[in-house]
Design a protein around this ligand. Structure first.
Ligand code: ZN
Length: 353
């Protein structure tokens, strides 16, 4: 069995469970997920109620090399389990989105049409209609629905999630550029122009104007809330960490700028105060050599700050209530499969006595 039919069977099994819970089944797609962000193997898109799975996106080096002819047998048990786990992870997102929609529908007490609910939540009208027609929710379902709604479209922290996703993707791409390593071995005159034209304006725009300023405003709003629930506190905690990580990036960039400006000033001073004593000439040479190492050191320090911010931002993503829950569900399935408690091929296709 090749990998796409395998993922299809896993999704079929996951969808069977969704149907049991009255959740409208999403449309499965198989293909590249690169536009969803770096290293994304699968995603649920609430807008068209679909799950896209890329069976080659970082699942297995061997499978990636073999391409479409890669078979299930080419995956290690752990890789097969991981692929199945991400299918369940996305199916869980479908269930969460539906439960959140049911909550909003229920709280509207018949005042919202399917079209209005669909527009508010960014989901198809059929899914909104199903949410409106669903059974009354239990207290537990309402609590879960509220947690999953908070960061999604229409939720009170949707702005935070959108902002952190943008920060996470941008920082991942920036930190992965070969640029940093290239400039880490160069001196003042090579680094100065790229700092002035690219590094400084980019960091100011992305990490001060669109980063620190936005984080500070949202943090102030959270501190001002008269009552904070567990979701508010979670956002507050993660956002404080992200804010600190952004501050470290800004500090590292400022340090690089100071070094470059100071080195240029020193070069001017040296040119204006020539020395003739051979020992003094030698000391100057060593001073210049030491100075020329400093921009590279600062470039690497900035790269380290960016990589740390990327990790902080990823931690914040995994802490979104819907992600924490979906990772738990996907992880449970993956470890069952890996331990052999569940067949990698879903139960429905395995003949049992
Ligand atoms: Zn997810």
């Amino acid at each position: 069995m090749t990998l796409v039919p395998f993922a299809g069977l896993v999704l079929d099994e996951a969808f069977r469970l969704l149907r049991q819970d009255g959740v409208p089944v999403p449309k499965p797609n198989f293909g590249p997920t690169a536009n969803a962000g770096p290293g994304v193997a699968a995603y649920f898109d609430p807008h068209d109620w679909s799950i896209t799975v890329d069976v080659f996106a970082g699942v297995s080096e061997k499978a990636t090399r073999l391409g479409p002819s890669a078979k299930l047998a080419d995956l290690t048990p752990k890789e097969a389990a991981t692929l199945a786990g991400s299918c369940y992870h996305e199916a869980r997102h479908t269930q969460q989105e539906f439960q959140a929609a049911r909550l909003v529908a229920e709280d509207a007490h018949g005042t919202k049409t399917a079209a209005a609910l669909a527009a508010e939540l960014g989901i198809p009208e059929v899914a909104a209609a199903a949410a409106l027609a669903a059974m009354p929710m239990s207290a537990v379902e309402r609590k879960e629905g509220a947690e999953w709604h908070a960061l999604s479209q229409g939720g009170r922290h949707a702005d935070y999630q959108r902002w952190n996703e943008k920060l996470r993707y941008f920082t991942a791409e920036l930190a992965a550029m070969s640029f940093w390593q290239d400039y880490s071995s160069k001196g003042t005159e090579a680094v100065y122009p790229i700092w002035e034209k690219v590094i400084h304006p980019t960091v100011e725009k992305r990490y001060r104007a669109e980063g620190l300023v936005v984080a500070a405003r949202k943090l102030d709003q959270l501190w001002d809330l008269p009552h904070r629930d567990s979701v508010d506190l979670g956002v507050l905690y993660q956002l404080s960490n992200i804010r600190d990580g952004i501050q470290d990036v800004l500090d590292a960039e400022a340090k690089l700028g100071q070094t470059l400006v100071k080195n240029r000033a020193n070069a001017v001073i040296r040119a204006n105060t020539p020395v003739s004593d051979p020992q003094e000439i030698n000391i100057r040479k060593l001073e210049v050599a030491a100075e020329e190492m400093s921009p590279g050191r600062d470039v690497l320090a900035l790269l380290i700050a960016l990589m740390q911010l990327k990790m902080i931002s990823e931690d914040a993503y995994r802490a979104y209530p819907e992600e924490a829950d979906a990772y738990k569900r996907g992880g449970e399935v993956a470890s069952e499969i890996e331990k052999g408690e569940t067949a990698p091929v879903p139960a429905a296709t395995v003949k049992r006595p």
